[in-house]
Ligand binder design. Structure first.
Ligand SMILES: [Zn+2]
Ligand SMILES: [Zn+2]
Length: 391
């Protein structure tokens, strides 16, 4: 795979960093070892590491050789997941129940590689901020970085992120202008009936039957209540109720997640869930309590930064290895919070085949070390092209 020659020279070191991080996964806001690892590396490259933004975030800034110019921020994520790793290689997680199953170990090592190269060369005009954020998975560390003043302390004209992508050829980039990842919300519906003997259902109000109807009815939000040209997912992923064979319980809890690309559809889905829950429960004589929680907005790539990302990707791997209008994913990323306040671009980098559990969030996933120098070269070229003199 074509990469910047200087970066190729220390690709083996990047693999060592990546595997070290993989051995020691940490989850949301507990990334203290990871943050120290990152800060230590940045300092060894001669950069000043700012610790503690969003608790365990780390940021470092680098000025180019030539004064003035614009500033851009490059973001990586630090956290692992609550998954028991089922791999058997030497760099397997040594923390029970936690693993880097989304490749954030790779993202961190990639951005560190870029920081090392750029600190050596500084062949640009302006400022680059290396942003290592905690808690991408579920907890919205990206939002807290912004709320904690990320862009006040480190002003940037644009912000960029990269995510590895299993199922896309290793070393191929894929990107699109507009939404690339969906908005992510969660819901909980407690269906309240009245418990009874399992043999005498007429003496109670059965929340199990009401909840069963509700699971079906929620599917009509996507199929009947939304413009077919708008992608919407409503997935009920948990049903909790009952303790034994012959007792109808008092209540049943349903939980799930919703996805959409347009913020206004989040309002639409929330209203529809409440309406349908109310109607279906009423039809069964039950009542309901609905909690709908906004998690991440959609990840929306801006026009100019997307063009810049494409230029950088093409400069590294060539036109034939850049997919320009990739299909968006219904997955979500809290980089969306940064894109809500700054124009920017989220690009995908192929991690190779998805078979044999090599999918994101699989207990058999592993980041492909061969793409570390490709990713670092992309960051390097993005900075050199975007912060070229007079750009
Ligand atoms: Zn993930
Ligand atoms: Zn991820």
């Amino acid at each position: 795979m074509p990469v910047v020659a200087r970066i190729a020279q220390f690709a083996a070191a990047m693999t060592v960093w990546r595997r070290d991080l993989h051995v020691h996964p940490e989850t949301a806001f507990q990334e203290t070892r990871t943050a120290e690892f990152v800060a230590g590396k940045l300092e060894s490259f001669g950069l000043r590491a700012h610790r503690g933004l969003a608790r365990t975030g780390v940021v470092a800034s680098l000025e180019g050789r030539r004064p003035g110019g614009r500033a851009i921020a490059l973001r990586a994520d630090l956290d692992g997941l609550d998954i028991q790793e089922r791999n058997e290689f030497a760099h397997c997680s040594r923390t029970a129940g936690k693993m880097h199953a989304c490749g954030h170990d790779g993202h961190t090592a990639t951005l560190l590689g870029a920081a090392r190269y750029l600190a050596e060369t500084r062949d640009f005009q302006g400022t680059v901020h290396f942003v290592f954020q905690p808690a991408e998975e579920n907890e919205g560390g990206g939002r807290i970085m912004v709320d904690d003043g990320l862009f006040k302390s480190f002003p940037a004209d644009a912000v960029y992120a990269m995510h590895n992508w299993p199922g896309l050829e290793a070393g191929t980039f894929a990107v699109r202008e507009g939404p690339i990842m969906a908005a992510y919300d969660v819901f909980e519906i407690v269906v309240k009936g009245r418990g009874a003997h399992g043999a005498m259902p007429h003496q109670g109000v059965d929340p199990v039957v009401a909840a069963s109807s509700l699971v079906q009815a929620l599917q009509t939000i996507a199929s009947r209540a939304t413009n077919p040209l708008d992608a919407v997912v409503v997935s009920t992923t948990q049903i909790h109720g009952g303790d034994t064979w012959n007792v109808i319980p008092d209540q049943v809890a349903l939980r799930g997640t919703t996805r959409a690309f347009k913020p206004e559809l989040q309002d639409h889905i929330e209203a529809a869930i409440k309406r349908i829950a109310r109607g279906v429960c009423a039809a069964h004589g039950a009542t309901e309590e609905v909690r709908y929680e906004r998690r991440y907005p959609p990840t929306i790539n801006a026009s100019e930064p997307t063009a810049a990302a494409v230029r950088a990707a093409v400069a590294v791997v060539g036109e034939t290895h850049v997919v320009h209008n990739v299909e968006p994913s219904m997955g979500a990323d809290d980089f969306a919070f940064m894109l809500r306040v700054k124009p920017g671009c989220y690009i995908l980098l192929g991690n190779g085949p998805r078979d044999n559990g090599r999918a994101l969030h699989s207990s058999r996933y592993d980041f492909n070390d061969a793409i570390l120098p490709v990713g670092a070269s992309y960051w390097a070229r993005l900075v050199e092209l975007e912060l070229a003199e007079g750009a």
